[in-house]
Design a protein around this ligand. Structure first.
Ligand code: NAG
Ligand code: NAG
Ligand code: NAG
Ligand code: NAG
Length: 293
């Protein structure tokens, strides 16, 4: 009896939530321009396919239950299709191959996804550089099921190949990466002093929702922040039971949302990302901006 009653309360709570979500759902329009851009990393310059010239690509930021139209203009030289990783709602055109010179509008109707998803090109050569975060915040009248973060930070773990992944009409299946990147930055461990290092700035006692996306094809990645423990709160677009850890192990395409509390001695700390097999390590920096009182 008791549990039936509880279930009823829980179910009506869910219904109520659904109605709220429906009543506040929003529609967003994004324009993506796929184009070749020159990038210099590991002390050499090459052309890569990007969305709007950025690597990683632009972030989509919406709320739970929203609808998103993404008009993708292919100004590159090869047909490309995009995949919306982790979307449970309906997608118009999920297998659409967009030819060079053409455009196509994906319509994504989110359901109850919450937290972080991501998007990427479907073919390996293009996915190496054509990808970005898909952030889904709580609906306007919905709270986080954990202390509200001061702000959030997306971290995309990626890879970099020295070789060009296209050659005239041909595309080349990439082999093993020459470097791993944090939000596009390889950092200083690959021996090129011109490479940039990712930096996340925090205020003392701030609480940060860090969205870690493993965009590295085929590699399990290990992520951590020196001297800071991480509280896992979400995964692949859903909240999870909270758990504490010192480092995250992310399968290819996996996304983990963690809370990071900036309550260690003011200073700067290494952020690290490395493939679980192999010897490379990529560093970023967590930098405290304010002093403790
Ligand atoms: C991409 O670039 C176009 C043209 O400059 C701009 O209108 C559009 O807003 C950009 N899209 C994103 C997601 O930044
Ligand atoms: C590093 O950057 C400087 C200034 O942009 C440039 O002159 C130099 O050639 C670069 N070095 C390498 C090895 O790419
Ligand atoms: C292509 O882009 C134009 C202009 O932005 C838009 O009106 C049209 O609907 C798009 N076509 C497709 C198939 O998405
Ligand atoms: C991933 O693995 C597949 C199958 O082994 C291979 O064809 C592809 O080139 C790999 N992709 C990357 C980016 O390493």
């Amino acid at each position: 009896m008791g549990s039936e009653k509880q279930e009823f309360i829980w179910l009506s709570g869910l219904l109520f939530l659904n109605i709220l979500v429906l009543s506040t759902a929003d529609v967003h329009y994004y324009e993506f321009f796929l184009k070749e851009s020159q990038f210099t990393k590991l002390c050499s310059t090459k052309s890569i396919l990007t969305v709007n010239g950025s690597f990683p690509g632009p972030e989509i930021r919406v709320r739970r239950g929203d609808t998103v139209f993404v008009n993708v203009h292919n100004q590159g030289n090869h047909a490309v299709s995009l995949k919306w990783e982790g979307v449970k709602g309906s997608i118009d055109g999920s297998n659409e191959l967009i030819q060079p010179g053409r455009n196509f509008t994906y319509k994504i109707e989110l359901k109850d996804e919450i937290g972080t998803l991501w998007w990427h090109a479907t073919s390996d050569w293009a996915a190496a550089t054509v990808h970005g975060a898909f952030v889904i915040s709580p609906a306007t009248n919905e709270d986080y099921p954990f202390p509200a973060p001061t702000s959030d930070q997306t971290i995309i773990l990626g890879q970099w190949f020295r070789q060009e992944l296209t050659e005239g009409d041909k595309t080349i299946a990439p082999g093993r990466a020459d470097a791993y990147t944090i939000n596009g930055d390889p950092g200083v461990t690959y021996g090129c002093s011109n490479d940039t290092t990712f930096e996340m700035q925090v205020d003392y006692e701030g609480l940060y929702l860090v969205r870690v996306i493993n965009a590295v094809a085929n590699e399990t990645m290990v992520f951590g922040v020196a001297s800071h423990s991480l509280t896992i709160v979400g995964q692949n677009g859903a909240y999870t039971k909270r758990s504490f850890t010192n480092s995250l192990t992310l399968a290819p395409a996996q996304v983990v949302d963690v809370l990071l509390c900036a309550n260690v001695n003011v200073g700067h700390y290494y952020i690290t990302a490395r493939p679980s097999s192999g010897t490379y390590i990529t560093n970023g920096i967590l930098r405290y901006l304010t002093t403790s009182s």
